[in-house]
Ligand binder design. Structure first.
Ligand SMILES: C[S@@+](CC[C@H](N)C(=O)[O-])C[C@H]1O[C@@H](n2cnc3c(N)ncnc32)[C@H](O)[C@@H]1O
Length: 263
């Protein structure tokens, strides 16, 4: 394992929640609620200008195939309709895959859902023209094998999008206010970039600022934050006030892309 990979893994490890807090939590603090990641074409944050979309479209032949790793509700690949002919969505969450399939049907694009964890699930998936993977890297301790499997499944290009800072960073002020706990600030997208570079990949990079994923502090957003913060619903009002204050900041997102090696 290279130095940057070790650094990435170690820095991510710092995000572990202290055991006593997890044990006292009313529900497990991990996982993603499908409702918050549902593909809503009308609220498309992947506007025409979004580099991750442009870079994928640039490489994708008309009617070409895409693998979307950590597909969630499909926000990373459904924006490639109508150019894309087939999307294979891979996700460890069945609920997310159902949401993706429903959204793909509504968008009129052929879709296949593969349930499993990447890279372990990579054997179940043949190569595609383009592989996209958005907002998954910070979930992955061992980035090298994960990225290697993205590369060897792409005939033309891999496009990754991630936030410059850990996606839980907007909750850091809430952790401090509600638990008195300082949360980490590393790793960042720069560290991910270093991991890919140390693997010998020639990675291109650009970044932009986008509106926050959730512009309003809805009950669903409060419930998601409450779960991450290991608190009960009795704290919802405090959480909502703090989220209004700290939550809905624009995000810096980084697009990384490189050539695939599949035949
Ligand atoms: C933050 S969501 C992003 C969803 C979508 N790509 C987007 O940009 O809206 C992360 C998704 O990746 C999935 N996921 C995380 N790690 C994964 C892994 N190693 N293999 C497969 N899916 C994973 C989660 O279940 C979740 O649906």
């Amino acid at each position: 394992m290279t130095q940057p990979s070790l650094r990435w893994r170690e820095a991510l490890g710092q995000w572990a929640i202290p055991e006593a807090i997890v044990e006292a939590a009313p529900e497990r603090p991990w996982g993603f609620p499908p409702e918050l990641f549902r593909w809503k074409p009308n609220e498309d944050r992947n506007s025409e200008m979004r580099p991750s979309r442009l870079r994928a479209l640039e490489a994708l032949p008309p009617g070409g195939s895409v693998i979307d790793v950590g597909v969630g509700g499909g926000a990373s690949s459904l924006g490639l309709v109508p150019r894309v002919g087939l999307i294979t969505g891979v996700d460890e969450s069945d609920n997310m895959l159902r949401s993706f399939e429903e959204a793909a049907r509504a968008a009129g694009v052929a879709a296949r859902a593969v349930q499993g964890r990447w890279p372990e699930a990579a054997d179940q998936v043949g190569p595609a023209d383009v592989v996209v993977c958005h907002h998954v890297f910070y979930n992955v301790g061992d980035l090298e094998p994960f990225a290697a499997a993205l590369t060897d499944h792409a005939r033309l290009r891999v496009v990754v999008e991630l936030t410059q800072h850990h996606p839980q960073s907007p909750l850091n002020a809430l952790w401090k206010a509600l638990h008195g706990l300082d949360r980490p600030t590393a790793p960042t997208a720069d560290d991910a970039w270093a991991v890919l570079g140390a693997m010998g990949l020639e990675v291109h990079r650009t970044e932009i600022e986008v509106p926050p994923r959730w512009r309003e502090v809805t009950p669903e957003v409060v419930a998601f934050a409450r779960r991450r913060l290991c608190l009960g619903a009795d704290r919802d009002h405090e959480i909502a006030v703090l989220l209004e204050e700290h939550g809905a900041q624009p995000q810096r997102v980084v697009a990384l892309w490189w050539d695939g090696t599949a035949h």
